[in-house]
Design a protein around this ligand. Structure first.
Ligand SMILES: [Mn+2]
Length: 446
């Protein structure tokens, strides 16, 4: 006899309770945890991806580049790295976006969750910088760990990132663009470096996601971030000596004068200590220059960590509007960076981009105070110690400016060093018409 198995029918509520428990346990066993009872969130595998993307997907016959300036289709590829992992703290991933393609935004979020060791992702904070459709972001907040903050007016990348950083709960911040794909083991090498030294600001190698077919192409590990006197970011190929020095240790971190700016990891407290971002910069551009100068000149360092790779969709033009015009906004932001951080070397920038002089840059007092308070080194130190590869025009030799006759200017016509010069309609944008080199070394020119 097994009386223990007989249910006491005198208490129907207890019987009902047992059945409810039985059914709940069975349901949870059969169905993977689709919806969290406490947060109402779903795991990324259970998010309705087709429904989310389908609403805005390009239809047959429409220009696939019209809205986001890149083609929209999904191809899954990734590289693998052989790098080790250690015990690390979690990070808050901050992704800002404005009218991003849903496919790209979702791909970014899902790749963070798929390609990271789960406990290392504390949260993903999406800052919607006033996109036309609020649902682009709010729908994604159904996914585990995703939080959405929406600006009630267009703030631009810098203020949006600061808003995300201020809301972050983890001790380490990870900034990502909204059109990325994280690769295998991308996160650990970055976190490890920041844990070792909180003054390090680190970037992955940024692989290329082809904007036409979304093919994932591995980028060279022999590149550093840099710029010319026009202060536009560019990739510098390492010198032969630098490459030779790395042969024994190809995965060693690469000190870089500048970061591309879209993707990097930084200690949250250090980000705050160092003055976050210049909150008076608008939309996009110049902020990577500013944070790069600031980190180096104020005691930190920038590194590219080759063990970490993240794909990024590079495109040739901006998909969104710039309130105020892109050229003006870029020049204004760049001027703010130059005025605060470059000391007298800012004049080489104005010589290279004369039109920038006409763009008002606003008040920089609080940034100058920050520079003083942090006891930052002069730009000369940065040039000599961090970016000796950048050719500094000879002070005595130069009278910068364009040589103008009527509406035509002396122009290199795209030729370099020993090429023939000619005249071309003045465009006031520097470039070929003002060069730091033999052509501009004309004494007395104005
Ligand atoms: Mn980008």
């Amino acid at each position: 006899m097994s009386n223990a198995r007989i249910i006491n029918v005198k208490d129907p509520m207890a019987l009902l309770e047992k059945w409810r428990t039985f059914l709940l346990v069975s349901w949870l066993t059969i169905h993977p945890k689709r919806v969290s009872f406490t947060t109402g969130k779903v795991r990324w595998e259970h998010f309705d991806q087709e429904g989310y993307i389908g609403a805005t997907m390009v239809k047959a016959g429409q220009d696939p580049y019209a809205r986001n300036k890149f083609n929209q289709m999904e191809i899954e590829t990734s590289l693998t790295s052989e790098c080790n992992t250690i015990l690390l703290p979690g990070t808050s991933v901050v992704i800002t976006f404005h009218n991003e393609a849903r496919s790209a935004l979702l791909r970014t979020v899902v790749s963070v969750l798929r390609k990271s060791t789960p406990h290392l992702i504390k949260e993903i904070i999406l800052v919607d910088d006033y996109s036309d459709n609020p649902e682009d972001g709010t729908l994604l907040s159904k996914i585990e760990k995703v939080r959405i903050l929406r600006n009630n007016r267009r703030e631009g990348l810098m203020r949006s990132r600061v808003r995300g950083a201020d809301a972050a709960q983890a001790e380490i911040l990870t900034f990502l663009d909204s059109h990325c794909e994280c690769n295998e083991h991308w996160l650990e090498p970055l976190l490890e470096r920041v844990v070792e030294d909180r003054t390090k600001v680190v970037s992955p190698i940024i692989d290329v996601i082809n904007m036409d077919n979304f093919q994932y192409v591995g980028a060279s590990a022999d590149l550093k971030g840099g710029f010319d006197w026009n202060l536009v970011f560019k990739w510098d190929y390492m010198t032969p000596e630098q490459r030779r020095a790395r042969q024994g240790n190809p995965i060693g971190p690469i000190r870089t004068p500048m970061i591309a700016g879209g993707l990097f990891v930084m200690d949250k407290a250090y980000f705050e200590e160092l003055g976050k971002y210049d909150m008076m910069m608008d939309v996009w551009g110049g902020e990577n220059l500013e944070i790069s100068f600031r980190v180096w000149q104020c005691g930190g360092s920038l590194e590219i960590v080759p063990c970490s790779r993240v794909g990024h969709v590079f495109r040739k033009q901006h998909p969104y509007t710039f309130p105020g015009g892109s050229g003006t906004v870029f020049a204004r932001n760049t001027r703010r960076a130059a005025e605060v951080w470059m000391d007298e070397y800012k004049n080489f920038y104005y010589a290279a981009v004369p039109s920038a002089r006409n763009v008002p840059f606003g008040n920089i007092q609080s940034r100058m105070e920050l520079k003083r308070k942090l006891n930052c080194k002069p730009f000369k130190w940065y040039l000599e110690n961090v970016y000796p590869e950048l050719r500094v025009p000879d002070h005595q030799d130069i009278a910068f400016g364009a040589l103008q006759q009527g509406s035509n200017c002396l122009d290199t016509l795209g030729h370099f060093a020993d090429g023939v010069v000619g005249v071309y309609e003045c465009h006031n944008a520097g470039g070929n018409q003002v060069r730091a080199g033999k052509l501009t070394c004309v004494r007395g020119a104005t």
